[in-house]
Design a protein around this ligand. Sequence first.
Ligand code: ZN
Length: 133
Amino acid sequence: MIHRLEIATSSRAQMVDVTREVQRAVSESGVQEGFCHIYVPHTTAGIAINENADPSVAQDILAVLEKIAPRGGSYRHLEGNADSHIKASIVGSSETVLIEGGKLVLGTWQGLFLCEFDGPRRRRLLVKVVEAA
Ligand code: ZN
């Protein structure tokens, strides 16, 4: 089964810490050893693993992405969100995290972030938990 999480974002560009929600899906699966695949089925949002202790790290990441692909830049895509597509491509749509003892194996400062680039919206996050010895 695939766990389908719904995450509401509140601004156009935002990194939402979803570590707790993903851990809940792992706990519900009952899997103790294995891995967890997290997938974002959107073209203007992505998923990243990075520091969730100091919120300024996420702010810096968003600021640098904005420099790489500014909102008001000159693009061919005429929907007005070309920058969002580019930022989502840079961040990527999936992550895989190992599971040990029923817990996500993340570094002390690491968290999972849903990266919103064209919000606010309701976003889906698909989580597939796989048992592996
Ligand atoms: Zn578009």
